[in-house]
Design a protein around this ligand. Structure first.
Ligand SMILES: CC(C)(COP(=O)(O)OP(=O)(O)OC[C@H]1O[C@@H](n2cnc3c(N)ncnc32)[C@H](O)[C@@H]1OP(=O)(O)O)[C@@H](O)C(=O)NCCC(=O)NCCS
Length: 182
């Protein structure tokens, strides 16, 4: 059963002004983090990229919120590619990662994507469980795909792309806090 998306969270589009906060989160969450240049390119220079953040705040003013999670994904014609998903350690296991992933699936479907793919470190059991819960299945291994440390990637796919079972019951699919599809 999916956990409730926390009441105090909202998902909004990322802006380039959020770059310092995003980099801080990236560096806290990954052993081989994206650089500022890479992240800036995703935010400003990639026509396929979408970048969402989960913010937590008292007043409903997204720009004043603290970023607790982010998700960068690409919609490349019929394919949704989940690129980077991270949630602040203090906010994990509360449904934020799931909500960010569901929003990507929803946006992919709105743009006529028919399948989704992602790579995940072979040791990253929490993320693999999240993706399996959403309907992804492991399809192959990419040897020594990651650095620091060198590690295989598990390629996971969802084909056909569908909204995960039960996602209508979560807050993210219920309307409030959901950003409109581009
Ligand atoms: C992976 C990550 C994004 C999950 O975010 P999250 O907000 O904690 O995930 P959710 O609360 O939405 O969890 C959804 C499901 O994922 C699985 N899951 C998440 N964290 C888990 C953990 N530590 N152990 C086991 N399963 C876990 C569970 O199935 C969970 O459902 P449940 O809580 O109902 O059991 C987060 O742990 C993270 O940022 N990790 C570091 C960065 C990373 O590895 N990103 C993924 C790169 S591919």
């Amino acid at each position: 059963m999916a956990r409730e998306f926390p009441d105090e969270c909202r998902i909004v589009r990322a802006t380039v002004e959020m770059l310092p906060e995003l980099l801080e989160l990236e560096e806290a969450c990954f052993s081989a983090p994206w650089t500022r240049k890479m992240m800036e390119a995703e935010l400003t220079g990639n026509q396929f990229a979408r970048f969402l953040v989960a913010t937590v705040h008292q007043e409903v003013v997204p720009s004043d919120g603290t970023i607790v999670g982010y998700h960068c994904f690409w919609i490349v014609f019929e394919e949704l590619r989940l690129m980077n998903l991270a949630v602040h350690a203090s906010m994990r296991r509360r449904g934020v990662g799931r909500a960010l992933a569901i929003e990507a699936i929803s946006m992919g479907l709105a743009h006529a994507a028919t399948r989704a793919v992602l790579e995940v470190r072979s040791s990253n059991e929490p993320a693999q469980r999240l993706y399996r819960q959403l309907g992804f299945v492991p399809v192959s291994t990419r040897r020594s795909y990651y650095t620091n440390p060198i590690e295989d990637a598990v390629l996971m796919a969802m084909d056909p792309l569908v909204m995960p079972a039960g996602s209508q019951q979560t807050r993210i699919a219920g309307g409030e806090g959901v950003i409109p599809a581009q």
